[in-house]
Design a binder for this molecule. Structure first.
Ligand code: HEM
Length: 411
């Protein structure tokens, strides 16, 4: 008999089904979740089990026995070409244990709040330039006009790539992001091609920085050292890849989610324009209320026990960060959107939690904190100018596909 014998195997529980993927409407989702929670703290989702309470989501994400499902994405995609698997280095999100700790310790200083602050003037310049292009029209399709182009020049500046190369990065980012489309059978050649081109480009840049250090992320990563340990050339390439894959579509979609939300809360938009110092709170509150990433997946690396339930090795679990962000045990009136809300004492979970907590959180926060007050000031009287088309509920990085807005243009 093992110490686990008292725990009930998860498959023996009578759990409520929870199909969030086919239900994009946040209010309808909230009702489904409340109904499921009344039956059990665990629910049965499409691909495994789901936790929805704040404390459970945080506990699972902090528990190192649950491994990130990112490393399994390739195996689950059904791509059988062995070259594809061989050519893919593990990304930081797919590493666990000592391998992850080592890499994270080496790269974390390069992603500090101070490093992100350094880029704030440039972020304002980029946002203002994009607004200049549409401000006189008094209307635009916000995703195409502002969200799509915003993160790429920032990433180029962060890495130290010449500004003129943003089109190349845009193409690579677009192709690399296809890895999230669950259509890898068709897309993997494009993904591989983009990955090869980016590696070649990054390798040249790394060589240049080795002889001529500059004030950028790549130089910081090359110089990163701890107790004589350094990043290998492959690890440097993998980090550049992670920044592009992790840092573009997330920021775009989050900005679109934020503005869609403000479009239905005009008084909050006005408040932000009048009090731009509310920007940091506005970012936390919009990310809490409508996050572009709504959950993440883990699998049990061994037979493990949690809250008296036995999860056999290999069990999948979805940590529902978006629903946890509406947990009434953490936030008063969680379904109220209010950018003046006092901090709850516990963070919103759209950046995740635990060892894989978003490495780019300072950068993403800075990008949103700079963009939102500029937009609120230069696009007053924000309103929807048509229907918002949302991405399908099941996509990993979610937000409006199209967001037609109108406003009173301010130079
Ligand atoms: C609003 C924008 C963003 C959101 C909502 C977001 C969200 C997340 C989440 C939820 C995770 C954890 C995933 C998990 O535990 O399975 C994560 C990890 C990560 N993010 Fe972000 N992210 C954003 C922007 C960025 C940016 C700008 C960068 C790069 C500069 C970035 C780079 C990364 C990396 C490298 C990881 C993996 C960290 C690790 O495994 O240790 N993210 N992000």
């Amino acid at each position: 008999m093992t110490g686990m014998s008292a725990a009930i195997p998860v498959h023996e529980l009578d759990l409520p089904p929870l199909d969030l993927d086919s239900n994009p409407d946040p209010e309808a989702r909230a009702r489904l979740i409340t109904a499921a929670r009344e039956q059990h703290w665990l629910a049965k989702g499409l691909f495994g089990y789901t936790v929805t309470a704040y404390d459970d989501v945080v506990a699972i994400l902090r528990d190192k026995r649950w491994f990130s499902a990112a490393s399994l994405a390739i195996e689950m995609s059904g791509v059988s070409d062995p070259e594809f698997g061989r050519n893919r280095r593990p990304s930081i999100l797919g590493l666990e244990g000592e391998d992850h700790t080592r890499l994270r310790r080496l790269v974390a200083p390069a992603f500090s709040p101070r490093a992100a602050d350094h880029l704030r003037p440039y972020m304002r310049e980029v946002v203002n330039g994009l607004v200049d292009d549409v401000v006189e029209q008094g209307e635009c399709e916000f995703v195409g006009a502002i969200c799509e182009p915003y993160p790429i020049p920032i990433i180029c500046e962060l890495l130290g790539a010449p500004k003129d190369d943003w089109r190349l990065f845009s193409k690579w980012a677009g192709d690399l992001l296809k890895i999230f489309n669950f259509n890898l059978g068709e897309d993997y050649r494009l993904v591989m091609q983009a990955s090869r081109e980016l590696d070649a480009y990054s390798s040249t840049m790394i060589e240049q920085r080795r002889s001529q250090p500059a004030d950028d992320l790549l130089t910081a990563l090359i110089a990163a050292e701890e107790a004589g340990d350094r990043l290998s050339h492959d690890e440097l390439l993998s980090m550049v890849n992670a920044v592009i894959v992790g840092g573009t579509d997330t920021t775009r979609n989050q900005l679109a989610c934020c503005v869609a939300l403000f479009a239905s809360h005009p008084e909050q938009w006005r408040l932000l324009a009048e009090q731009p110092e509310l920007a940091p709170r506005a970012v936390e509150e919009t990310m809490r209320y409508l996050g572009a990433i709504r959950g993440t997946a883990r699998f049990a690396s061994e037979d493990l026990e949690y809250r008296g339930v036995l999860f056999p090795k290999g069990t999948f679990i979805a940590a529902g960060t978006a629903v946890a962000n509406r947990d009434p045990s953490v936030w008063d009136e969680p379904h109220r959107f209010d950018i003046t809300r006092e901090p709850a004492g516990q963070p919103q979970l759209t950046f995740g939690a635990g060892i894989h907590y978003c490495l780019g959180a300072s950068l993403a926060r800075a990008e949103l904190q700079e963009a939102l007050p500029i937009l609120a000031q230069r696009m007053p009287n924000l309103a929807l100018a048509g229907e918002v088309t949302w991405k399908p509920a099941g996509v990993a990085i979610w937000g409006p596909e199209r967001l037609p807005i109108s406003f009173t243009g301010h130079q």
